[in-house]
Design a protein around this ligand. Structure first.
Ligand code: PDD
Length: 301
């Protein structure tokens, strides 16, 4: 067994329709995703052999493609078929799925018109439950000096493979001993975390930075907003400062791979996760929503 086999047990990769194990999955060094981060991607999970929120992830993939002017050479149906084929091969009850689409290969030139055809990569691997301490005790986050991209730069609402700012951000947080990082925009308003959206509760009102702040419209975020509206929970999508988080009663993050995770500390400010009433309420609703999807035959494999 090679090192990669050890790192990625039971991982199957589909590169342009060719399904192999992790070690044999290969892509050209002239691929623009590799050379320039000229790619887009999606991440979701499966539960009991059903792909969670798949339609919404496809919608966002198409929107990301549109935002960076990347023509997709496969239809939604073709992409879904390839994903299902890979999941069947991997034979996993609960899987992590990463779908990466690059602008393809070409001569070494920034000019996107020199590229050939998209490369489609689908990675599926087992997804064991996240550590229970995250949900029981919470995690600690800090604001870092690295800014979230401006919307006039690579729009944060495009889920592109260009994540170097976020890599620098999490590295800064890890060096300070934190779990992960929160980023502000050039005006000092809070945007999101490196791979998650961020929320607070103050006096019973749930608040999250608005899209104008410059952030990725998370699928979990959108689903939670729906739950909040349907249950008449007081809510605001607005501009928020780091100090709003410091003074909050509850803080939590959301992402497809994590669900809802309580935050027990932001910078030097601590919160008592045991008293997080809203987070508990929202978690129950969200888990119910995910549970109800498992019977959707369309996304079973
Ligand atoms: N990250 N913000 C950023 C910058 C993200 O990369 C992500 C997702 C989110 C949350 O979006 P969603 O609820 O759709 O997962 C917010 C994925 C999980 C990742 O990169 O692995």
């Amino acid at each position: 067994m090679s090192k990669l086999d050890d790192l990625f047990p039971k991982t199957f990769v589909n590169v342009n329709g060719n399904i192999t194990n992790a070690v044999d999955a290969k892509i050209s060094i002239f691929d623009r995703g590799f050379l320039y981060g000229d790619s887009i991607y999606e991440v979701t999970l499966t539960e009991d052999r059903s792909i969670i929120f798949w339609e919404e992830h496809l919608d966002r993939l198409e929107n990301s493609a549109h935002l960076i002017g990347l023509p997709l050479s496969l239809t939604r149906e073709q992409i879904t078929e390839e994903v299902k084929k890979t999941l069947v091969k991997a034979n996993l009850e609960r899987a992590y799925i990463r779908l990466v689409v690059t602008r393809g290969e070409g001569i070494i030139s920034l000019d996107p018109n020199t590229s050939t055809q998209n490369n489609f990569v689908i990675i599926t691997r087992p997804f064991p439950p996240n550590p229970s301490e995250w949900y029981q005790e919470g995690v600690k986050l800090c604001f870092v000096s690295v800014l979230r991209n401006d919307k006039r730069s690579v729009d944060p609402n495009a889920k592109s493979g260009n994540y170097l700012n976020n890599v620098l951000a999490i590295n800064e947080a890890k060096q300070k001993g934190f779990f992960d990082a929160l980023m502000v925009n050039k005006d000092g308003y809070v945007t999101e975390g490196t791979t998650f959206n961020i929320w607070l509760v103050k006096d019973g009102v749930v608040k999250t930075p608005s899209l104008e702040s410059g952030l990725l419209k998370g699928i979990t975020r959108t689903k939670l907003l729906k739950i909040i509206r349907e249950n008449n929970i007081p809510f605001e999508e607005c501009s928020l400062t780091p100090d709003d988080f410091h003074q909050a009663d509850e803080v939590f993050m959301t992402a497809s791979t994590k669900g809802i995770v309580p935050v027990n500390r932001v910078d030097e400010y601590h919160y008592n996760v045991e008293n997080f009433k809203r987070v508990k309420e929202l978690t129950t609703y969200y888990q119910g929503m995910v549970e109800s999807l498992k019977n959707d035959q369309k996304y079973r494999y």
